[in-house]
Structures are given as structure tokens and as C-alpha cells.
Design a binder for this molecule. Structure first.
Ligand code: FES
Length: 153
């Protein structure tokens, strides 16, 4: 895979995103609390512009009348039919009986260091009664090198 500089790190602030064209693909690059993630801007359902959709979180409740809002800004909703995907992994959290789409490992390497983020908080969501769906939006490796956001495609 080749590395592509897609933005200066400061051009995508926390909570922000940029949609770029790389190697013939439209890719959304997201800054979630200072961590960068990249997903293909093509919904695995019907090809909608997934990365143009709103970001939200999940509401979970252990008892009636009490709830908490978790994973704020980490759940991407497709603007066409509202299917939801985890920005960190591309994993869907619905419809457990259909197709699976290939996922790529996503890494964040601020200043050249690195860390893996695979499946953060997935266990929490399963405990809350959510079930992973079979769909996964295509994701790409992301790193920050000398103030540039770089993705591998
Ligand atoms: S195209 Fe994305 S939910 Fe249908």
C-alpha cells in the first residue's frame, strides 16, 4: 500500500472531517478526540456517500428511566438510509444476518509513534445488549507524520 498525505493535522480539528480523493477512491478522514480514522465514502448498503452523514453516539440503559450517552461522535450514520457504522472500525451495529464487507486495520501515529485502536468499547456495547451486524464500512490506515495526516491505500 502507498502512503498519501491528505491534510495538515491542524486542518481537521477534533470532531471534524475531510473527504478526499485518493487512488480513485473517495475517503472520509475523521478526527475523533485527536485520533484520526479513515473510511471509504461508499456505504456497503447501496453505495451512498457514507462519510457525509452525521456523527452521533449510542444511548444505553441498564434500568428503565436511566440512560447514558456513550461513544459520542464515533458513530457515523449514512445519509441515505441511516445505517450506522463505528468510525473507529467501520463495523455496523445492526442487521446481524447479511453480508460482511472487508475491514482494514486503522492505526493512529501522532508524530511518528503508533497505536492500534481495534474494536474499542465493543465489549461495552455488547454488554448493553447491542449486537454487531455483519456489515463493515471499508476503513484505511491513518497516521500523522510531521503535522500531516497520512492514509495508506
Ligand atoms: S446507502 Fe447507506 S444506508 Fe443505504
Amino acid at each position: 500500500m502507498a502512503k498519501h498525505r491528505v491534510a495538515k493535522a491542524g486542518e481537521i480539528p477534533p470532531g471534524g472531517r475531510r473527504i478526499v480523493e485518493v487512488a480513485g477512491r473517495s475517503i472520509g478522514v475523521f478526527n475523533v478526540g485527536g485520533e484520526f480514522f479513515a473510511l471509504r465514502n461508499q456505504c456497503p448498503h447501496a453505495g451512498g456517500p457514507l462519510c457525509e452523514g452525521p456523527l452521533s453516539g449510542f444511548v444505553r440503559s441498564k434500568v428503565p428511566g436511566e440512560y447514558e450517552y456513550v461513544r459520542k461522535g464515533e458513530i457515523l450514520r449514512c445519509p441515505w438510509h441511516q445505517w450506522e457504522f463505528d468510525v473507529r472500525t467501520g463495523q455496523s451495529w445492526f442487521d446481524p444476518v447479511k453480508t460482511r464487507v472487508r475491514a482494514y486495520e486503522v492505526t493512529v501515529e501522532p508524530g511518528g509513534g503508533g497505536s492500534s485502536n481495534g474494536g474499542l468499547a465493543g465489549g461495552e456495547l455488547t454488554e448493553a445488549g447491542l449486537e454487531k451486524g455483519p456489515f463493515t464500512a471499508e476503513t484505511y490506515s491513518v497516521s500523522v507524520e510531521e503535522q500531516y495526516v497520512v492514509i495508506e491505500v
